[in-house]
Design a protein around this ligand. Structure first.
Ligand SMILES: Cc1cc2nc3c(=O)[nH]c(=O)nc-3n(C[C@H](O)[C@H](O)[C@H](O)COP(=O)(O)OP(=O)(O)OC[C@H]3O[C@@H](n4cnc5c(N)ncnc54)[C@H](O)[C@@H]3O)c2cc1C
Ligand code: FES
Length: 263
């Protein structure tokens, strides 16, 4: 790790993004490609990986779902508080589509928002299928709409939009939309299903994966998935690459390095 990848940044704005989920904006000169991640150190608590959801004009934005101690502490920060960032790290999304479709589950919409805004700045817009368990967990919908993307909503309980999963809605939309590349991020069960559906119509794409990360730079091995390290070789992988990884959609390592079912 080179010293210039470490920086201390000040929180300048906090916005509610969904139930128990906040977008945090920091003053920062970090330049992140869509799909890359930062390691965020919250003093006295932990250091955790987070995708970048916004990056422009000297501001970095993260969209954080409260799950445990570190995400809660991050979301409890107040304007003016500082955190330490390491990064950006990892392989981001490739920007080759002319007609992209994004499929997000829950806070998986965070890295896909930076992807959508990057495409929009290149004059390319597409379709975003955004799913969640219920309407209060739908994340960043307004931001995708503000970028001029077509947004299609799916909720498991039918409280907003299509009743069912984002992958169910993708299957329907594939019959009517013209698309050339699919990007997806969300729960691994959803990624597995989205890739199966995309492959059934020969639609290429990439998925962003999550694994437990400690170092973020390819040293500790905590993010290993078969022979790959998600922090270094990912977190974004081509569908074709994922098909060769037998642990994908099946197993994840816990904090002790033991393989556990991932879905
Ligand atoms: C590359 C990468 C990018 C990420 N980007 C984002 C992002 O943009 N926004 C965001 O909110 N989170 C993101 N995460 C997940 C985030 O890092 C974890 O939610 C965080 O580390 C949890 O820390 P904690 O101390 O709050 O919870 P912990 O105490 O570590 O966990 C609390 C509970 O949540 C469960 N849990 C932990 N992580 C996950 C997970 N990923 N999915 C489901 N359950 C989990 C644990 O098993 C435990 O039961 C990303 C992870 C990776 C690897
Ligand atoms: S997090 Fe340490 S090797 Fe990936």
């Amino acid at each position: 790790m080179s010293p210039e990848t470490v920086s201390v940044s000040r929180l300048i704005q906090k916005k509610n993004a969904a139930k128990d989920c906040f977008s945090l904006f920091f003053e920062s000169q970090i330049q992140s490609s869509p799909g890359q991640f930062l390691m965020i150190w919250i003093p006295g608590v932990d250091e955790i990986p987070m995708s970048v959801s916004h990056c422009r004009n000297g501001t970095i934005g993260l969209t954080v779902k409260v799950l445990g101690e570190a995400t809660e502490a991050l979301c409890n920060l107040e304007e003016g508080d500082r955190v330490r960032f390491r990064g950006p790290f990892g392989q981001g999304f490739k920007l080759e589509a002319k007609r992209p479709v994004l499929v997000a589950g829950g806070v998986g919409s965070a890295p896909l928002l930076l992807l959508a805004s990057t495409y929009s700045s290149m004059g390319v817009k597409g379709d975003a299928i955004i799913g969640a368990k219920s309407k209060d967990e739908l994340t960043l919908i307004q931001e995708f709409e503000n970028l001029g993307w077509n947004v299609y909503i799916a909720t498991d309980d039918g409280s907003n939009g299509f009743k069912g999963t984002a992958s169910d809605l993708l299957e329907k939309k594939l019959k009517v939309l013209t698309l050339d590349f699919l990007y997806t991020c969300g729960p691994e069960k959803m990624l597995f299903e989205v890739i199966r559906i995309a492959e059934s119509v020969n639609l290429p794409g990439q998925a962003a994966l999550e694994r437990l990360m400690k170092c973020g730079i390819g040293i500790c091995g905590s993010c290993a998935i078969n022979q790959k390290l998600v922090c270094r070789d990912g977190p974004v992988f081509d569908f074709k690459e994922l098909r060769k990884i037998s642990e994908f959609g099946k197993a994840k390592r816990d904090a002790a390095g033991r393989l556990r079912p991932s879905v």
